[in-house]
Design a protein around this ligand. Structure first.
Ligand code: FAD
Length: 456
């Protein structure tokens, strides 16, 4: 028989249960990626996707197979493809995003009308969000108890990458919308590839290299200048490596650093769990109590933030790293998000939207959780009155100004004391704002007042 394997965010051959199932069920499997244009052409993650698909196509070709990339909606293309190939099933990995999963359910019905089954498989997350509940049968709302309960349920069943694939070509006699997901022109993405290489092989190498130094992670992970984290997020987002593989290799080490790293993988699981149980959290405050919060309309402030021109060095350094590299250190993500939502009073959804365009690891679940957590709109135990002070964060986590100097060359000549807040030392630098766009004390107090007004 013939089957279709529809690659989505599982761009890998190893540890891919859906792919293994398809190969076991059918003599011939047609491999396809559908470019449904869900990301804008200027999105950073689309640039990653194009390289990731090139890597996957090469890995498939090396085994004798062929990856077909078509443009268009699955609803239109899959029934046509299945009919032309005489395929009896379409296999996928579940995305675990409520809208996408609901769409799969509709698609399954459409295909069934044509006598074709849509077979959905796991592999993207480790937690069974539907089943995992507390002893009192309630859904977890706070990370730590969630993590304690979830950790014991996580399993990894290793699946070897296939060694041989059959080359099922597009059926002839029809006009198929074949395409390539191209790298951006002009190549505005070059800065992304100095530290990262998309693709399954690169993801495995990255994990191994990182685990070799995981013992330093507990301390070093918070220092943006050290860049001591795994840099696996985009690999995980596009499914170039499975969380199960990450789990198994990390568990095998068994050290404090490995445990800490596993807890971060736990945050990714928590984000998917929260999204499953609160699908509306992508566009609404997690806790409706904050719906009456007054956000400020400030398009100019928003673009100063996005362009790294707020006059707060750590915020500006982070936003410039994001623009140039398509990534930002986690500590700095928290600081820039806090600055936008608290000091500047701009809605977390504005920040979340900018991140979705500019991050190579842009991920609906992780990004929503990150923004709602920092904004203090009710997710986890993060209180709204925790407001990051971007100057003390900078002094504490980038004491020698290494990170600041990397991204703000105009401040590079300042000494270690004044670089974190030039205006406080009375230093003025040409080409850099003389003082922050919002006064630190006033912005903090305004935020506390606005949030306190929502208190019941
Ligand atoms: P490591 O420290 O090596 O962590 C390992 C893995 O654990 C990461 O690759 C990631 O998959 C997961 N992880 C780590 N921290 C978190 C977290 N706080 N929440 C969920 N998963 C986590 N991460 C994304 O992948 N996509 C996003 O769009 C995203 N948006 C964010 C927005 C904000 C405002 C904040 C505060 C955080 C966001 N994060 C997001 C989480 C985190 O910043 C990144 O996952 C991390 O910086 C990626 O670097 P790394 O792979 O080196 O992390």
């Amino acid at each position: 028989s013939t089957g279709i394997y529809w690659f989505r965010r599982d761009l890998r051959l190893a540890d891919n249960p859906g792919l293994a199932r398809a190969l076991a069920m059918h003599e011939a499997v047609f491999f396809v990626y559908l470019d449904e244009q869900t990301q804008a052409p200027y999105d950073a993650s689309r640039a990653w996707l194009s390289r990731s698909l090139q890597a996957l196509a090469a890995d498939i070709a090396a085994r004798g197979g062929v990856l077909n990339v078509l443009t268009g909606r699955a609803e239109a293309l899959l029934p046509r493809l299945a009919a032309a190939l005489g395929a009896e099933a379409v296999h996928v990995s579940t995305l675990h995003e409520p809208d996408a999963d609901a769409r799969d359910a509709r698609l399954a019905k459409t295909l069934l009308h044509e006598g074709v089954r849509l077979l959905r498989n796991g592999g993207r997350v480790l937690t069974d969000a539907d089943r995992l509940r507390s002893k009192s049968e309630t859904v977890y709302r706070v990370f730590t108890p969630f993590y304690k309960a979830a950790l014991g349920t996580w399993r990894h069943v290793a699946v070897e990458a296939p060694t041989h694939l059959s080359a099922v070509q597009l059926p002839e006699g029809e006009d198929w919308p074949t395409t390539e997901v191209r790298s951006p022109r002009p190549a505005w993405d070059l800065g992304f590839w100095q530290h990262s290489t998309p693709g399954e092989r690169a993801a495995h190498l990255r994990l191994e290299a990182f685990l070799g130094e995981v013992d330093g992670y507990v301390e070093a992970r918070d220092y943006p200048g050290q860049d001591a984290t795994s840099r696996l997020s985009a690999h995980l987002h596009f499914g170039e490596i499975s969380p199960g593989r990450v789990l198994a290799q990390t568990r095998a080490i068994g050290s404090a650093g490995a445990d800490k790293f596993l807890a971060e993988i736990g945050w990714r699981e928590f984000a998917y769990y929260v999204l499953y149980h609160w699908p509306q959290s992508t566009s609404c405050n997690f806790n409706p109590r904050f719906d009456s919060l007054q956000w400020r309309e400030d398009p100019e402030g928003l673009s100063a933030w996005a362009q790294g021109r707020t006059g707060v060095p750590l915020v500006d350094a982070g936003m410039r790293q994001l623009w140039h590299e398509g990534r930002m250190h986690n500590r700095v993500r928290m600081v820039v998000a806090s600055w936008l939502t608290k000091h500047m009073g701009i809605h977390w959804q504005e920040g979340a939207k900018w991140f979705m365009h500019t991050l190579v690891d842009a991920d609906l679940a992780n990004n929503t959780l990150g923004w709602q957590w920092v904004a203090g709109t009710g997710v986890d135990a993060a209180p709204y009155f925790r407001i990051f002070n971007p100057v003390s964060q900078s002094q504490k986590f980038d004491p020698s100004g290494e990170y600041l100097r990397r991204w703000l060359p105009e401040l590079a000549a300042l000494d270690n004391r004044s670089i974190h807040a030039p205006w406080m030392s009375g230093v003025s630098v040409r080409g850099y704002p003389a003082k922050p766009i919002v006064d630190l004390q006033t912005g903090r107090q305004d935020a506390l007042d606005r949030f306190a007004r929502t208190a019941r």
